[in-house]
Design a protein around this ligand. Structure first.
Ligand SMILES: [Zn+2]
Length: 297
């Protein structure tokens, strides 16, 4: 349900304020639309609550404080087979692009720590560090022997921490941030020159529809405000100072996974987004497909 008091944010990629509502999105979200930027084609939930309200929503609904059990057993856990599978995919994709043995890897939004534990394990051999805003998840990370900073990447930067890393990973995290471009810029700031960033996401705009729209859009739209195509994800990496070096074959995969290399400061990295009319047409077709064939799924 669309809450009151939402703020209309400018495009998180190009800063533009000409935003086109996707009419069909309202059908699935209780009238809380997604927007397409008229300037660059980036798809985003431009009407969002304050960062504080969104953080509270995360704490109340997903990161339930529980000292004993895995806190999200009732809602979500990285131990679900589908989540484990996508983490293995992301780890192998990263390791093929960037040999990880001995590398310092920071996982931004490390969650329950399963991904970092994998990267630290046999076959990968990385040295992991977690940045994680949930206190309950930080307890799990500590129990798993993973060093963690409790807070957001923005709080990590503000803490004055001087630690630098070879690789930053954002695994099904960037779509949930309050500013995707802000988080990638922060990731660039804590990487060594020539370091790499991995972004893995389930968003795949402008490729064949993978699920009915009612599975894709729903309540709490601003908890998942960003929806990536390859071009807009390349753009987000570029404005943060990364040249995209690797992308998976996203056309027939459930995942969109890219690796970017931090360029020398001041490098102009060209990027182009998407044609906004094509993106609007894509959602119109997706809506029609859903209504014609999958609305009762
Ligand atoms: Zn834009």
């Amino acid at each position: 349900m669309k809450p009151k008091g939402l703020t209309l944010y400018a495009c998180d990629l190009c800063g533009g304020t000409a935003l086109a509502e996707v009419p069909s999105s309202n059908h699935y979200s209780g009238g809380w639309p997604i927007h397409v930027c008229r300037g660059c084609g980036f798809v985003q939930v431009a009407l969002r609550r304050s960062p504080e309200a969104i953080q509270k929503s995360w704490a109340d609904e997903l990161y339930r404080a529980d000292d004993k059990a895995r806190l999200s057993d009732k809602t979500y856990t990285a131990r679900m087979p589908a989540v484990h599978a996508r983490q293995v995919f992301a780890a192998d994709f990263l390791a093929e692009a960037v040999p990880l043995k001995g590398k310092r890897v920071v996982d931004i939004g490390a969650g329950e720590g399963d991904f970092l534990a994998m990267l630290q394990g046999p076959g990968y051999g990385a040295r992991g560090f977690a940045i994680e805003p949930s206190a309950a998840n930080c307890r799990l990370l500590k129990a798993a022997g993973i060093e963690a900073f409790h807070g957001t990447i923005e709080a990590y930067m503000a803490s004055g921490a001087k630690r630098r890393f070879d690789v930053a990973t954002l695994v099904w995290t960037l779509e949930n941030c309050q500013s995707a471009s802000g988080v990638l810029k922060a990731a660039a700031a804590i990487l060594e020159d020539g370091g790499h960033a991995l972004v893995a996401t389930g968003s795949r705009i402008l490729v064949p529809f993978k699920k009915p729209l009612q599975y894709y859009l729903g309540a709490n739209m601003d908890i998942h405000p960003f929806h990536f195509s390859i071009n807009c994800l390349r753009g987000l990496l570029a404005v943060a100072g990364f040249e995209t070096t690797h992308a998976n074959r996203y056309i027939d995969s459930d995942y969109l996974t890219v690796v970017g290399r931090k360029a020398a400061p001041g490098t102009n990295i060209p990027w182009h987004g998407d044609d906004p009319d094509k993106v609007l047409g894509f959602f119109e077709r997706w809506h029609r497909e859903t209504q014609d064939h999958h609305k009762d799924a």
